[in-house]
Design a binder for this molecule. Sequence first.
Ligand code: ATP
Ligand code: MG
Ligand code: MG
Ligand code: MG
Length: 470
Amino acid sequence: MRSQAIRQAFLDFFAARGHEIVPSSPLVPRNDPTLLFTNAGMVPFKDTFLGLEQRPYRRAVSAQRCMRAGGKHNDLENVGYTARHHTFFEMLGNFSFGDYFKREVIGYAWTFLTEVLKLPPERLWVTVFAEDREAEDIWLREMGIDPARFSRCGEKDNFWSMGDTGPCGPCSEIFYDHGPEIPGGPPGSPDADGDRYIEIWNLVFMQYDRDSSGRLTPLPKPSVDTGMGLERLAAVLQGVHNNYDTDLFQPLIQAAADISGKVYGADPAADTSLRVLADHVRACSFLMADGVLPSNEGRGYVLRRIIRRAVRHGRKLGLGDIFFHRLVPPLVSVMGEAYPELRRAERDIQGHLRREEARFRETLERGLELLEEAIGGLAPGAPIPGEVIFRLSDTYGFPVDLTADIARERGLALDMPGFEAALAEQRQRSRAAWVGSGEVKADRLYHDLAMELPATEFLGYGGCSGAGRV
Ligand code: ATP
Ligand code: MG
Ligand code: MG
Ligand code: MG
């Protein structure tokens, strides 16, 4: 089943059950300073869940474009390494605004998976929040799910929140078992982090609004928010294990392989880079189609980091010339029908990518030389010194996550306390130099560096935490 057909089948199924089909919102949330990007299908409906906005319907369905780079949900570091994570992806979701609740949504999800898509129930695994006896009863007693493929999980996995504040609630997740030849244990087990059991659908029972002090207030009406990754479902339905082997990604991987003269599947390191390029061209193009441009702060800086990461992987594949923009036309072929805005922005996107890449290429080689030299001089087991990380970021435009990506390939750690010390010192210096003509430069520098600090608050948009950055 092609991705386009899967997307449509989902919308049709819920439309036939009284859900309004709502088009995808942009990746930049409207009027929401707490959030960097739309990171889930529920984001455009946040105010509806909170009771702040009334809609002429109480059930909705959407295929929402999402971005998980920066902010609370950040999958940038996973890209290229897991079979299931992207920065940009599409989330299929159905929503109830104070209409149906647990029983109905569980029934809908099971019917869609096992009757419409005809997935064998013995490949599916279900989890609930450990304290949610009601959901457990519905699955085990009413739906007759096999208790051997059922687990109760803690807050980390089964209590969903959009960000540090906002709507949240316990959830129930459905996993697909890709088979014993793939490493990874079932949900809830100690080695659940593998790629054997892949989470496909999360059913969130929206019950609370979390405020900035962490307090939970019940929502005006219990509601439902679900999210299923189109790419993960496509992998299941196309009989492949890895999302990158689906019709959404293969043309992009092929294009990247063609221009670099590689064969996908021949070398694991090159495959990682090809997957990174396929992911990142989607992310960058959709961000720009939604009006984000590369810059040194906020959303634009996330975009810049993704572009730089892609360029570095391109260089690793042996691409010496500016190349990244060449992946845009293949992307438009895959996604242009579902997203006409992408086609409209195609030329602009290519222009911005060319310029960004040209700019980064001016410092990339020398930065890599510096890094190689530093790595060459390391004692066994020593991390990359903070001073080096700092110089790479300050002088050569290497975002910290880019240095971290290289370190990971070499099995090296980063001396982050050392980096922070170098950063603090630099700040001190620029503060001392902050008189008259130094203003613009110092400001820019501060922002550049502030954005790279791991695990700090993202000040520009009012406090998305940057947890898990490095
Ligand atoms: P995982 O545990 O695999 O990281 P998650 O629990 O973070 O996923 P949710 O926040 O529950 O994901 O999002 C709902 C659904 O969106 C997931 O069940 C999955 O199908 C999909 N999804 C989440 N993150 C990604 C991603 N980075 N790339 C592709 N699909 C994703
Ligand atoms: Mg996740
Ligand atoms: Mg999960
Ligand atoms: Mg989940």
